[in-house]
Ligand binder design. Structure first.
Ligand code: AMP
Length: 115
C-alpha cells in the first residue's frame, strides 16, 4: 500500500480543498500555493506515489486525467489561449507530495519550460 499523503485527506474530505471537479476516478482541486492565475491539481482517487509506480492497470485513469484536464481548461476559459500540464517525479523533478498529480497551469503566458 502506498503511504498516505495530504491528498488522501482531501479525497476523504477530512481537510478542505477548493474542488473544481470530481468523479469516481479522479479529483481536481485548486493548488493552495498557485503559480499562475489558474493552477489546478488533478489526482487519481487512489494513491500512485510517483510516475515510477505507474503500471498497465493505471492506464485508464491516467488517460482519464487528460480528458478531465481538457474539460477543466474549457471550464476555466483557458483552453483557447493555452496552458501547461506538468507532472513532477521524485527529488530532481521537484515532487513534494507523493500522490501522483498533474498540475494544470494557465491564465497567463507561462515562462521557460525548465528553470
Ligand atoms: P509537487 O511539487 O508536484 O509535488 O506539487 C505539490 C503541490 O501541491 C504544490 O504545488 C503545493 O502547493 C500543493 N499542495 C500542497 N498541499 C496542498 C493542499 N492542502 N491543497 C492544495 N494544494 C496543495
Amino acid at each position: 500500500m502506498a503511504e498516505e499523503t495530504i491528498f488522501s485527506k482531501i479525497l476523504r474530505k477530512e481537510i478542505p480543498a477548493d474542488i473544481v471537479y470530481e468523479d469516481d476516478r479522479v479529483t481536481a482541486f485548486r493548488d493552495i500555493n498557485p503559480k499562475a492565475p489558474t493552477h489546478i491539481l488533478i489526482i487519481p482517487n487512489y494513491n500512485i506515489p510517483t510516475v515510477n509506480e505507474v503500471t498497465e492497470k493505471d492506464e485508464a485513469v491516467i488517460g482519464h486525467i487528460f480528458v478531465v484536464a481538457a474539460k477543466i481548461a474549457e471550464q476555466e476559459g483557458i483552453a483557447e489561449k493555452g496552458y501547461r500540464l506538468i507532472v513532477n517525479c521524485n527529488e530532481h523533478g521537484g515532487q513534494e507530495v507523493y500522490h501522483l498529480h498533474i498540475h494544470l497551469l494557465g491564465g497567463q503566458r507561462l515562462g521557460r519550460m525548465v528553470v
